[in-house]
Design a protein around this ligand. Structure first.
Ligand SMILES: [Zn+2]
Length: 113
């Protein structure tokens, strides 16, 4: 099975950050070099553009998405959710969510790098 197919199966054909269906793309979570299931997540166009800083942050979009996706069983999804929460931490809901999220050393290091 191709990587994209595996990821789509894991994500149930949904964006792993906001659960949107439709046009999903593979996003390799930096600074990981190797594209495998652990290092990649499926994102909708809207999430991808904002994660990659190609579009302005849409706070309303993240406000509903991140407090859910930060509890994903997929570490790579949690890492991206953590990064987005940090970019939004001026919002009280984002700061509150970050306070709840606990990472082990390895995951925290990934999230910060
Ligand atoms: Zn999305």
């Amino acid at each position: 099975m191709k990587l994209e197919e595996k990821l789509l199966e894991r994500s149930d054909d949904k964006c792993e950050l906001c659960s949107a269906m439709g046009d999903l793309q593979v996003y390799k979570v930096p600074p990981k070099e190797y594209a495998n299931e652990e290092n990649c997540i499926m994102l909708c166009e809207k999430c991808q553009a904002q994660v990659e800083k190609k579009a302005d942050l849409d706070k309303d979009h993240w406000r509903t998405a991140l407090p859910v996706s930060m509890w994903s069983e997929v570490p790579a999804v949690q890492v991206v959710a953590w990064r987005m929460l940090n970019r939004l931490r001026d919002e009280s809901w984002a700061a509150d969510s970050l306070d709840l999220l606990y990472f082990d050393e390895e995951q925290l290091e990934w999230a910060r790098s």
